[in-house]
Design a protein around this ligand. Structure first.
Ligand SMILES: *Cc1c(COP(=O)(O)O)cnc(C)c1O
Length: 963
């Protein structure tokens, strides 16, 4: 036997599923001799890359993690009392392991297919209920991206709702966190809104203002009584947004009880690691009257076709995928997984547990304040919850140095030292902090009267600012306090939801590929999860190395000069990229350039983002082959030559085709002085074979939660970094708290300088373990898998659009419109797929009445075949309806999905068998996934909107389902 010492396991063989045998079989089906031949038929030669990607050699999973340990050790995990919206937390182990680290939860898709998503819908309803209770408001959404952007969404909602159309001014308290003010600047500028930053106690607002925003507790920690301020606003019809800290609301009078119109904030303190900035779920709560203007997703209660309690996303007609440029916001991916965790944290602790946690944080703050005051320091905050601001005078530097010695971070501003305590703070920590202050004055702990003060503790919160109202009264917050109960609750919800643990989720445009365990593991390492985003730069060397490498690698992959890792989702990337383009034109003196050309097939976020960026949208037609109508594009570029800002284009197109004309299209835009923004959602068809820069784009975003393996989390988190050509680098977003200024940076896009930093690790791992060859193979196999499905299904479903050689890119559109003649809608197919154990592909985007299928490289031929078998069987069921063999109404498609309760019920009123209903193909019997509710009734839910957990007795299940 030859000695085998060179073998190294290749991660690409774990990520890309088809092996040699399967590849040969698939190629045979396509009638091509090799994958390369297929790629040559698919991607126009003119846009192919000449060279392979210049990336480091691929690492095995084992080597990657060992290496990353070294990088991780360059992050110093100090105790951070910096606050400013980020606090250390204790993540309950049962939640960390069974949600955050559990693919059953994190690989789920956004719950568009409600019948197989009841678990996460319930968890998100719990989240909404928690937010409503704690803020004292009437309605809440199911999360936003971060506190800063939530504040900006509130500003925009108030602006849209204003009565006086001339009101263009927005008051911002100077004590709102700096990064939030930064984002408000970003968002107000393109809409020509004027921010007036000042002191809420002295400002006098007139009717030129449409709204105002204050922070509670304020940025320095003071808890103001805003009642008279709120009253004075309301007298003038000015709306008030309050940015609130959810943990403080356990003890403080909630804003809903003293005049807030909108309450926003972060739920990070509810058991979500800081992660150097994210991901965390922000919340948005308001009055019922504004429900149609709320940004983001709302979960609502409705009934299924048997009249039973069921949940689904409510009021979707507000959203970008329907309303496009008239949408309430451009939010698509939000922070579902983190919202689910925060809701579970509240359920695990319950109102009493939360009270104990909040009281302890507050108690320690009082102890710290009094002890340090006893040492002779001034403390500025009269009324506070957890944040203190000390006057350190001349010894501020001594304190700073000694705090670093003790591995503690405070927040310093001039001679002021600000300290924000959290759930992890212990009495010993307080002693250490007091010793630091004592030592700086040559004193000892004894001088602080520590013990005596502990005895005499009094809260500084006056009665009128204390919370008296009850909260979290719903049963869900009082029944899961033991670990067993919580574990079983989490599992019972998880079991209702279909995820990548069960089957492929072939969502066109959304790229549901493998989220490898090794990629996920580092996210919860303390060196990454316990870092404060505003920690001193010399403590974050590990993160800086990760960002540096990722920036370089993504630049190489896109062909661009640099990236900004700040935007928290694709739509945020679009917005950031458009603002960069806007800043470029303005720097050139071209202030009039504000027209965005957008093809009619574009994703809803494109027009929504362009509208937010203050642009005027001109729609470009598509031709019969689904390609951009070049003549129309040319005509419009000429017509608006002087005002042209940019083209927003998706490539390969949202129709799943590599358009031959793309280079010409980009040329036309450039000739007229415009910039080309590429929507990079379809990057999975490009990596290693072509690139955005190569086709002529100037900016693009990447959906790291699509192409680069961050899991979808049931609707977030995600990351949408943007890449730019050299001439645009200087405009990339800056940040108020951390110096990442590029020269002429636009202000911040996200609350944290590197967005949801901790999940960037996932994409870093993916690229490092795949290397140039692996990444390129991923693209090749994504295209092979898609074309294999196309070859198997095109005899049964017309495939809309293909390239010059009849090939699709990494996805294809199956036309289902003809079935309408027999009464079968595309929704019926989507719901029937559930009976076969599959999640539907993308429904009705980009063409109504169709499904868009994207298998990704991570699915083996066997799984593709299972899916094709299901689709073909469904086609046969449709044919039965067409031929009159099946009833037009009472058939398996119209009645889908079939629940276990229906299939095993005493009565069966259908002309087909129970077996056909639930086990339509042999493979289904081997592994049956049961939808937990029947077809969900959307209109019922929107007519009687309920967005909180209803009392249990209101949804007692009916005894006999078929009655
Ligand atoms: C997913 C997607 C987006 C939006 O990205 P988010 O991360 O959800 O904000 C934009 N365009 C296209 C084509 C997409 O598929």
């Amino acid at each position: 036997m030859k000695l085998n010492i060179d073998y190294q396991e290749k991660f690409q063989h774990r990520h890309i599923a088809p092996d040699q045998t399967e590849t040969v079989a698939m190629l045979a089906q396509l009638g091509v001799g090799s994958v390369d031949e297929l790629i040559d038929q698919t991607i126009p030669a003119a846009i192919r890359l000449k060279n392979t990607l210049n990336l480091p050699a691929a690492k095995s999973e084992f080597d990657y993690l060992n290496n990353l340990k070294i990088t991780a050790s360059k992050n110093k995990v100090f105790k951070s009392y910096i606050g400013k919206g980020y606090y250390d937390v204790i993540v309950p182990g049962v939640i960390q392991r069974n949600i955050l680290e559990n693919p059953g939860w994190y690989t789920q898709y956004t719950p568009y297919q409600a019948e197989i998503a009841q678990g996460r819908l319930q968890a998100l309803l719990n989240f909404q209920t928690m937010v409503i209770d704690l803020t004292g408001m009437e309605i809440a959404n199911a999360s936003l991206l971060d506190e800063g952007t939530a504040a900006a969404e509130a500003m925009f909602m108030q602006y849209s709702l204003r009565k006086n159309v001339k009101a263009k001014r927005f008051f911002v308290s100077e004590e709102v966190f700096p990064q939030t003010i930064d984002i408000l600047k970003t968002r107000s500028n393109p809409l020509d809104l004027e921010l007036v930053i000042g002191n809420h106690r002295t400002i006098d607002l007139d009717d030129s203002f449409f709204g105002a925003i204050v922070q509670y507790p304020a940025g320095n920690g003071e808890v103001y009584d805003y009642r008279s301020f709120a009253d004075s606003l309301h007298e003038k019809n000015i709306k008030l947004t309050v940015v609130a800290d959810l943990m403080s609301l356990v003890l403080l009078a909630p804003p809903g009880e003293w005049g807030a119109d909108v309450v926003v904030g972060s739920t990070q303190r509810f058991g979500i690691p800081m992660g150097f900035g994210g991901p965390h779920a922000a919340f948005f709560a308001t009055k019922d009257a504004y429900k149609r203007s709320i940004p983001g997703r709302i979960i609502g209660v409705t009934i299924d076709n048997a009249g039973n309690y069921a949940l689904r996303m409510a009021l979707q007609t507000r959203e970008q995928h329907i309303r496009r440029d008239k949408a309430t916001s451009n939010i698509c991916t939000a922070q579902a997984l983190l919202a689910i965790m925060a809701g579970m944290y509240a359920a695990y602790h319950g109102p009493e547990g939360l009270k104990l946690i909040a009281e302890r944080i507050h108690g320690l703050a009082v102890l710290l304040s009094e002890s340090v005051k006893a040492l002779g320091y001034g403390q500025q905050n009269e009324v506070y919850f957890d944040t203190l601001t000390f006057d350190a005078g001349l010894v501020v530097n001594t304190i700073h140095a000694e705090a670093l010695n003790q591995e503690m971070n405070f927040y310093y501003q001039g001679n002021e030292v600000s300290i924000a305590l959290d759930e992890t703070t212990s009495p010993e920590d307080i002693q250490t902090i007091v010793r630091i202050f004592a030592k700086a004055k040559g004193k000892t702990l004894a001088d602080a009267n520590f013990e005596a003060i502990k005895e005499a503790l009094q809260t500084p919160i006056p009665a009128e600012l204390q919370r008296t109202s009850a909260f979290l009264n719903h049963q869900v917050f009082s029944t899961h306090h033991s670990e067993h109960e919580m574990l079983r609750y989490i599992k019972s919800l998880e079991a209702k939801d279909l995820s990548l643990c069960h089957s492929m989720i072939a969502l066109g445009s959304c790229t549901m590929k493998l989220n490898a365990t090794t990629e996920m593991v580092p996210v919860t390492w303390a060196e990454f999860s316990k870092m404060h985003p505003f920690a001193p730069t010399d403590q974050v060397g590990g993160y800086m190395q990760i960002f540096d490498e990722l920036n370089k690698w993504l630049s190489e992959i896109t062909g661009f000069a640099a990236m900004s890792l700040q935007p928290n989702a694709g739509a945020q990337g679009e917005y950031a990229g458009l603002l960069v383009i806007r800043a470029y034109h303005q720097a050139n003196g071209d202030h009039q350039r504000n027209i965005a050309l957008i093809p009619s097939s574009a994703h809803g976020t494109n027009p929504a983002s362009a509208a937010m960026a203050g642009m005027k949208i001109v729609v470009v037609k598509c031709d019969d082959n689904g390609n951009i109508d070049v003549a129309d594009l040319k005509a419009k570029a000429e017509q608006y030559s002087k005002e042209l800002s940019c083209l927003m284009v998706t490539y390969p197109s949202t129709h799943g085709v590599f358009e031959e004309s793309i280079i010409k299209i980009c040329d036309i835009i450039h000739q007229h002085g415009g910039q080309v923004y590429m929507d990079g959602a379809n990057m999975n068809a490009q990596v290693g074979l072509t690139s955005p820069a190569n086709i002529g784009a100037d900016v693009c975003h990447l959906n790291l939660h699509k192409t680069f393996c961050i899991p979808h989390g049931g609707g977030g988190p995600g990351m949408g970094p943007i890449g730019v050509a050299k001439h645009l680098i200087q405009f990339l977003p800056g940040h108020a708290m951390v110096d990442i200024e590029q020269g002429k940076s636009i202000p911040a896009i996200s609350a944290a300088p590197w967005g949801s930093a901790s999940i960037l690790l996932i994409s870093h791992a993916y690229i490092a373990m795949m290397g140039s060859e692996g990444l390129t193979n991923a693209t090749r196999y994504a295209i092979l898998n898609a074309n294999y499905i196309k070859a198997r299904l095109e005899k049964h479903f017309p495939v809309l659009y293909a390239g010059a050689n009849g090939r699709c890119a990494h996805e294809m559109i199956l036309d289902c419109r003809a079935f309408k003649n027999s009464g079968i809608e595309v929704t019926d197919i989507a719901k029937r797929l559930m009976d076969y154990g599959f999640h539907a592909p993308t429904v009705s985007f980009p063409v109504a009445g169709t499904v868009m299928v994207e298998p990704t490289e991570s699915e083996p031929k066997h799984e593709l075949d299972r899916f094709c078998d299901a689709m073909i069987a469904i086609r046969n069921e449709i044919e039965d309806v067409e031929k009159g063999i099946s009833d037009k109404i009472n058939n398996p498609l119209k009645n889908a999905p079939h629940t276990a309760a229906v299939v095993t019920g005493n009565e069966w009123g259908h002309p087909y068998t129970r077996q056909k209903a639930a086990f339509p193909l042999p493979y289904v019997s081997a592994f049956k996934f049961w939808p937990s509710v029947g077809r969900v009734n959307d209109t019922h839910g929107d007519r009687t909107l309920i967005c909180v957990c209803p009392p249990l007795e209101s949804y007692v299940f009916e005894e006999n389902l078929t009655e």
